[in-house]
Design a protein around this ligand. Structure first.
Ligand code: INI
Length: 159
């Protein structure tokens, strides 16, 4: 088994995992990080970098989670990347803005993956409180692991 610093990936059963699927050697990824709630999103990025230690990684920043889909689409259309990891933190507070930002980020990112065929990981925390977001920053690692797995999946399908 791979020596993982964060051994909680995936959160469900490990029974059918082949750890070769998580080898990022030779793969290239773009990570797009929202600056909104940057105390959280920079921690998500730290986790993603751990998972992507063997990959080539380019990091891009955008204002907020709402901007992640367009940035992901622009990056996917360069065809430079095996996968894209989108990182953000949408915290509810007292405003209905939350629903629009979180919902549209999720929908937009899925659309990019389906339209371009390039794996896009949803590393966007959607929480009620800052404390909840702080306790979930390991999701950056998880999102990057998912991107590696889906990139390997895409390579397997193509060959
Ligand atoms: N963006 C976030 O990434 N997280 C939030 O919690 C958030 N809230 O709460 O408003 C947020 N808003 C900004 C949004 O992503 C856009 O940058 C903005 O609406 C301009 O398009």
């Amino acid at each position: 088994m791979m020596n993982l610093e964060t051994p909680n990936y995936p959160t469900m059963s490990e029974d059918s995992l082949d750890w070769n699927d998580f080898d990022a050697t030779g793969l290239r990824f773009a990570v797009v990080v929202a600056r909104f709630n940057s105390a959280i999103t920079e921690k998500l990025l730290e986790g993603a970098r751990k998972a992507l230690a063997k990959a080539q990684v380019d990091v891009f920043r955008v204002p907020g989670a709402f901007e992640l889909p367009l940035a992901a689409k622009m990056l996917a259309n360069t065809h430079r990347y095996h996968g894209i990891i989108a990182l953000g933190a949408v915290i509810r507070g007292d405003t209905p803005h939350f629903e629009y930002v979180a919902g549209e980020a999720a929908r937009g990112l899925l659309d990019v993956a389906l339209e371009t065929g390039i794996p896009v990981s949803f590393g966007v925390l959607t929480t009620d409180t800052l404390a909840q977001a702080e306790s979930r920053t390991n999701k950056g690692f998880d999102a990057a692991m998912t991107a590696i797995e889906m990139a390997r999946f895409a390579i397997g399908v193509a060959n």
